[in-house]
Design a protein around this ligand. Structure first.
Ligand SMILES: Cc1cc2nc3c(=O)[nH]c(=O)nc-3n(C[C@H](O)[C@H](O)[C@H](O)COP(=O)(O)OP(=O)(O)OC[C@H]3O[C@@H](n4cnc5c(N)ncnc54)[C@H](O)[C@@H]3O)c2cc1C
Ligand code: HEM
Length: 509
């Protein structure tokens, strides 16, 4: 559990806020790792107590199975026996027991809706709830009816028109300041999926097209009018009578968190060593995909590990720290870059490292709480990063230095163990030499004898000395990311130094 001093610190929008709702990982006993769980599920052991039989479960029956050694749980209408999983649950037994003998859907979604429980608990499936008829096919559930937003005042609407060579689908959002980065478009197996993010809401177009199109889709946005155009190039110059079949969820306008995570397959294009334990992966987006990842947001990566689909979050970075647009790789819109530390004993990162060029992974839609409004009018920005905690800072740093002309100072305080651990050290130093608004300080906790830079760990005196406003009333933002202990301490020290909750944003790693 993160040790957050008061309920209002850091700001409610920080990702930290999510963590304070009782989320924390617990140390698991030896032999209870994810890989051990996967092995157990593949061992042929009867994990349900029903020897593979699927049953219909009444609420009364469900509620009877509410003990640690006999624990059933309903998620999205399907019932699982989670008794065997109890010791393997990274959130701990106590957390899992909160939904014992009950419908845990809401609790599950509040905590970690990205976790791929269907795959992980496939062998624990008891059956379905008798009262909520949701069809089961091979242990997975079919699409759930999408609830609609009640407030329809801001509901977008769409229309379409065509020429001989193209079909244009137009979405009228009635929102000013629409940007290309709010529109996610995918085209897979003749299905067009267009999602527009409007504040906390999501508007979706989901159409199985009747005719084939070229795989390149142009997305145009009129920011002032709030109009979005998706231009589809026809493969044949036929007149389309209809767009196609509208799939479940089409033309829906709901809260973003209610929308299931959508994944697209991305191909590993390159892998470069950043240092001895961290790699920069470049994944190619499929053709026809418009996939902007907002600054400070992360994606979920899904990989099959020994037949079980496992999901972990990563924060896309840019291909480098360089600001010169001439150096901006043309790949930037067609690729997604992940800087990942490989833990030899980890369950996921070594599998990622094992991928060969040309292999595919699934990448989710972006998620996160960071809002660009938080950096509006900011004059001094500080980045407190430890290790791969650098990743959310990369795009943010590039953004503020490129577009925030009112910014006076951007300072990165980068904490690592040794010199070899410093990620993108040369690039960071180059940037500080070429951009006078950017300052850098490396702090090492286990430096070699020849290191004459800053030594130690995050501390109150150090932050009090280094986090200073350029002018008395400067508007500041301090972003923190790193391991939980580092983040907890940072938050406490900043509060002691008198920074307000609005002045601190935590990217939880
Ligand atoms: C929002 C968000 C964004 C992130 N972005 C990035 C990013 O951009 N880059 C990045 O590299 N990471 C990022 N992470 C972390 C990432 O999601 C993974 O947690 C990380 O890659 C480790 O995963 P793993 O499965 O390989 O290791 P894990 O299996 O989770 O293990 C991690 C470490 O803990 C040790 N360990 C595991 N189980 C135990 C146990 N029972 N007892 C003792 N030690 C144990 C392992 O040996 C290993 O050293 C992010 C996390 C979040 C929440
Ligand atoms: C519904 C009741 C549940 C509660 C209250 C709960 C709670 C939690 C908590 C608090 C964490 C730690 C989160 C963090 O620090 O990031 C966690 C992690 C986790 N839980 Fe649950 N959990 C529940 C059900 C389940 C179920 C049914 C599964 C089945 C697979 C599951 C799988 C996981 C996994 C894989 C993680 C690690 C996530 C990660 O590495 O980011 N949980 N859970």
């Amino acid at each position: 559990m993160l040790n957050v001093p008061s309920t209002s610190f850091p700001a409610p929008s920080s990702q930290q806020r999510v963590a304070t709702l009782g989320r924390s990982k617990v140390p698991l006993k030896p032999g209870r790792s994810l890989m051990d769980w996967i092995r157990l599920t593949k061992s042929g052991k009867d994990l349900t107590g029903l020897r593979g039989r699927l049953i219909e479960v009444t609420e009364e029956e469900l509620s009877r199975h509410n003990k640690k050694n006999d624990c059933w749980m309903c998620i999205r209408g399907l019932v699982y026996n989670v008794s065997q999983y109890m010791e393997y649950h990274p959130g701990g037994e106590k957390e899992l027991m909160r939904a014992a003998g009950a419908d845990g859907t809401e609790l599950f979604d509040q905590t970690h809706r990205w976790v791929n429980y269907e795959s992980m608990l496939k062998e624990c499936l008891i059956g379905r709830m008798a009262v909520k008829p949701i069809s089961i096919s091979k242990g997975t559930l079919t699409q759930v009816k999408v609830p609609q937003a009640t407030d329809t005042e801001f509901r977008p609407r769409y229309d379409w028109f065509q020429t001989d060579s193209a079909v244009t689908v137009v979405v009228y959002t009635k929102q000013e300041n629409m940007g290309l980065d709010l529109v996610i478009v995918d085209y897979q197996e003749n299905v067009l999926r267009g999602e527009v993010i409007l504040g906390d809401f999501s508007y979706l177009l989901l159409i199985e097209l009747n005719h084939e199109i070229q795989k390149k889709i142009d997305v145009c946005v009129s920011a002032k009018a709030g109009k979005i155009e998706l231009v589809l190039q026809k493969r044949e110059t036929k007149v389309w009578k209809t767009l196609g079949q509208y799939l479940e969820g089409h033309d829906s306008f709901i809260k973003s968190f209610q929308r299931g995570l959508f994944y697209r397959k991305c191909r590993l294009a390159s892998k470069i060593a950043v240092n001895y334990n961290t790699r920069l992966f470049c994944f190619e987006l499929p053709k026809g995909c418009n996939f902007p990842v907002p600054v400070g947001h992360h994606v979920y990566i899904k990989l099959p590990i020994a037949g079980v689909e496992v999901v972990k979050p990563y924060t896309p970075v840019s291909h480098s720290l360089m600001l010169d647009p001439k150096n901006k790789s043309i790949c930037e819109n067609q690729c997604i870059y992940l800087m990942v530390k490989i833990y030899p004993e980890g369950s996921f990162s070594p599998q990622l490292d094992q991928l060969s060029i040309g292999d595919y992974i699934a990448v989710s839609n972006p998620q996160g709480n960071f809002k660009m409004s938080q950096i509006e009018k900011v004059e001094d920005i500080f980045f407190l990063a430890a290790g791969t905690g650098l990743t959310p800072m990369v795009k943010l740093l590039r953004h503020v230095l490129s577009y925030h002309h009112s910014l006076r100072k951007a300072k990165l305080l980068f904490f690592n163990k040794t010199e070899d651990d410093i990620l993108w050290r040369d690039q960071i130093v180059d940037l500080s030499l070429t951009n006078e608004r950017f300052e850098i300080q490396f702090i090492l906790s286990e430096p070699s004898a020849k290191w004459n830079g800053c030594k130690g760990r995050i501390s109150l005196p150090f932050l009090s000395e280094t986090i200073t406003r350029s002018e008395r009333e400067s508007k500041v933002l301090i972003c923190i990311c790193g391991p939980n202990g580092f983040v907890d301490q940072g938050i406490r020290f900043l509060q002691d130094l008198g920074f307000s909750s609005e002045e601190v944003f935590v990217f939880k790693e």
